[in-house]
Design a protein around this ligand. Structure first.
Ligand code: GDD
Ligand code: MN
Length: 364
């Protein structure tokens, strides 16, 4: 019988083929004398990252691979990796060599040395740490995101944006049902999901430059960060999807009015025609924006899916509009003159209808 595992290292990857062998070699170096396993969680990268990891795994049984099909997301990849080990401690580290794996033994030793400690976090902002060769723009954006999280969620960490940490596996399993998994910020998710405050320690490290491959941090990831903050703060009151759907609905109304004014006032076309075109424009706009943002995880792709989706969305919204007008008219008759309240109630009923049915039939 072999000795029990001490540490699992979870490595979320997307298009990191060239980095895989380099990282395994660095882990091997850094973790001499520790019984460890590495778990790559790859979202079916087109560059064959999972194959590269399996190639190594064939010769080295400490390396494992989880290949997810049809899924994307750094946060959920980390969660699934952390729940897939029998080791008592699990670390998460980026697959692009930007995190400093040489502090993993210190992280493990800290957890071994103090039973009260839940999590050890690699920080760029405690003495001895650093952001390396980041340009001013990235430093400013990161500082803004950090301040925002401290304002909104009040986590007392110097580097809540870090994606490099080691945590007790039983703690992860306890809080896993409460993790949102939205976006990139898995540490923030963990820190705010726990019912009791987690005992943490921050250890310094210097963020390295990426040599191979490219960053996946883009505008959608930035938006997902805001969505994740909203979800933690208000998600229990108004679910994040419904909030996004409603915001997009409001923009749709503005588009409707814009088209109507352009055609009716600007070009002199008849009201009815302009109203129909305005409605169609708003519905089409709403469909594509909801597809790209609200339902980005179930996104419809290809002209066939998009056409079917657009038709079903338009049908749902048409019925929603009838419900909206019906409810508003009923309330208006009932409490004569309460036009604003009646209209708002109609809008609310229409929005809930559209949301409930399109989530079932268009993106179900
Ligand atoms: N499985 C999976 N799925 N992995 C992903 C995905 C995804 O959708 N998107 C990114 N990754 C992997 C990358 O392959 C890489 O190993 C790691 O997650 C980090 O992604 P990068 O694209 O390199 O992001 P970054 O360098 O901008 O951000 C990282 O550094 C931050 C520090 O500011 C992330 O680790 C953040 O969590 C970290 O806080
Ligand atoms: Mn990176």
């Amino acid at each position: 019988m072999s000795e029990p595992l001490e540490l699992a290292v979870v490595i979320p990857t997307f298009n990191e083929r060239a980095n895989v062998p380099l990282l395994v070699a660095k882990l091997e170096q850094a973790l001499r004398g520790t019984r460890w396993e590495a778990i790559f969680v790859d979202d079916d990268s087109p560059d064959g990252t999972a194959d590269a990891a399996r190639e190594i795994a064939r010769a080295d049984s400490r390396v494992r691979v989880i290949q997810r099909i049809g899924r994307r997301g750094l946060g959920t990849a980390c969660i699934e990796g952390m729940c897939a080990t029998a080791a008592p401690v699990v670390a998460v580290i980026d697959g692009d060599l930007q995190h400093d794996e040489t502090i993993l033994p210190q992280m493990l030793a800290a957890l071994h040395g103090d039973d009260a400690l839940d999590i050890v976090i690699g920080s760029r902002f405690v003495a001895g740490g650093g952001t390396g060769e980041w340009d001013r723009d990235r430093v400013a954006k990161s500082a803004f995101a950090t301040r925002l999280s401290q304002r909104v969620l009040n986590v007392g960490l110097t580097d809540p944006m870090s994606g490099f940490f080691a945590i007790r596996t039983d703690v992860v399993r306890t809080i896993a049902p409460h993790l949102s998994g939205i976006g990139f910020k898995i540490l923030l998710d963990i820190m705010t999901a726990s019912a009791r405050p987690l005992q943490c320690l921050e250890l310094p490290y210097v963020f390295r430059c990426r040599e191979q491959g490219e960053s996946k941090l883009d505008h959608v990831v930035a938006l997902e960060y805001l969505i994740a903050l909203y979800d933690r703060k208000f998600g229990k009151v108004v679910p994040v999807r419904f909030a996004m759907f409603s915001c997009i609905g409001v923009i749709g109304v503005l588009i409707h009015m814009g088209v109507l004014m352009l055609l009716h006032l600007g070009l002199g076309s008849g009201f009815l025609g302009a109203q129909i075109v305005g409605t169609a424009a708003a519905m089409t706009f709403n469909f594509f924006l909801n597809n790209a943002l609200t339902y980005r995880d179930r996104r419809l792709r290809g002209w066939r899916q998009l056409l079917d989706g657009w038709v079903s969305f338009s049908l749902v919204c048409s019925v929603g509009a009838v419900a909206n007008v019906g409810v508003a008219a009923f309330l208006y008759d009932f409490r004569y003159g309460a036009w604003a309240g009646s209209a708002l109630a109609g809008v609310l009923v229409g929005a809930v209808w559209n949301y409930a049915l399109s989530s079932r039939f268009t993106w179900g």
